[in-house]
Write a protein that binds this ligand. Structure first.
Ligand SMILES: Nc1ncnc2[nH]cnc12
Ligand SMILES: [Zn+2]
Length: 322
């Protein structure tokens, strides 16, 4: 039997298989030649990755395209042993597709429900604001998240280019989300260093941090993460693909765990980085030196930190215990 897994950090459009992007581009007459060649996404650094991601996210046009993407991704995750997934969603993509935010949310919800009916995988959605679109867009995403009435949205997150602006500019968006009852996570300490993680802790007070790995550069900050029990959504394959670290030997996951930081394993944007959730578990064991017992503890941490009600959490823990 495959070991049970859980994923807290995956951007749904970032899970688009290249073959699906190619098929939709042909169907809708979109030129993807700058971004997709020989069945692989084309980018070479963080900025071109963000641009490539945006181009691929824009090939979706119909509700059924988004629904199929969510159902297919969750089906694959379940086949790899995942019992829980949090998908990062961007209703702005509904507008880009010529639909509406609600149509986008309906479609992803339909995909989630279909996957659950087939495989039993539990899933929640985390609303994304894109940092490089500026504070107004991110606040708009937070306002929509708390008012749209889709019950599977349980969290709010900011992704995008961490080098843009400062966290303080976005604090209001997180206040809106928190006041509306959503749990919070934020991309920090991926492209930028410990200062970015410290700002996130001070100004956003998140339940979790996306990546956060560069906190390792400041020992006092690592102690703070451990003391405060902040959970990191670590994506080792993504970090290597985006050259945050030159190779797995340089990756700080072991140092963070040894310092008592709570961590989970995630794929981020799997086909962009040549990875999958199952591959991240393999990487942790074969490249980063963790035992199966240790990766099982990371899955437990993911369930403990999942943005779900307590009854669902108990059910998920019961499934983990088998
Ligand atoms: N790894 C990443 N960092 C920031 N924004 C993203 N959007 C999609 N993937 C991302
Ligand atoms: Zn991410």
């Amino acid at each position: 039997m495959t070991t049970p897994k859980a994923e807290l950090h995956c951007h749904i459009e970032g899970a688009t298989p290249p073959a699906l992007a190619a098929r939709l581009a042909t169907k809708y007459g979109i030129d993807l030649s700058a971004w997709l060649r020989d069945g692989r996404y084309v980018w070479h650094d963080f900025s071109s990755f963000i641009a490539c991601y945006a181009a691929i996210a824009n090939v979706f046009r119909a509700e059924e395209d988004f629904a199929d993407l969510a159902e297919t991704y969750l089906g694959e995750l379940a086949a790899d042993g995942a019992i829980y997934s949090e998908l990062f969603v961007s209703p702005e993509q509904g507008l880009a597709a010529g639909l509406s935010r609600d149509a986008y949310m309906r479609a992803i919800t339909a995909g989630i429900e279909a996957a659950k009916a087939k495989t039993g995988i539990e899933c929640r959605m985390v609303m994304i604001g894109e940092r490089h679109m500026g504070p107004e867009q991110v606040e708009g995403a937070a306002r929509y998240a708390v008012s749209c009435g889709f019950p599977l949205i349980t969290g709010f997150n900011m992704a995008g280019d961490e080098r843009m602006g400062c966290v303080a500019d976005y604090a209001r968006a997180f206040d809106i989300a928190r006041d509306g009852g959503l749990k919070l996570t934020i991309h920090a300490g991926e492209v930028c260093g410990p200062g970015s993680v410290r700002d996130a802790l001070d100004l956003v007070r998140p339940d979790r941090i996306g990546h956060g790995v560069r906190a390792v550069e400041e020992p006092a900050l690592v102690r703070r993460l451990a003391d405060e029990g902040v959970v990191l959504e670590v994506c080792p394959g993504s970090n290597i693909a985006l050259s945050v670290y030159p190779d797995f030997r340089a990756h700080p996951l072991r140092r963070l765990v040894d310092a008592g930081v709570r961590v989970t394993l995630n794929s981020d944007d799997p086909p962009f980085f040549g990875t999958s959730l199952a591959r991240e578990y393999e990487i942790a064991e074969s490249e980063l030196g963790f035992s199966p017992e240790e990766t099982a503890r990371m899955t437990e941490t993911a369930i403990a930190a999942a943005f779900v009600d307590e009854e669902t959490r108990e059910r998920l823990f019961a499934r983990l215990r088998g």
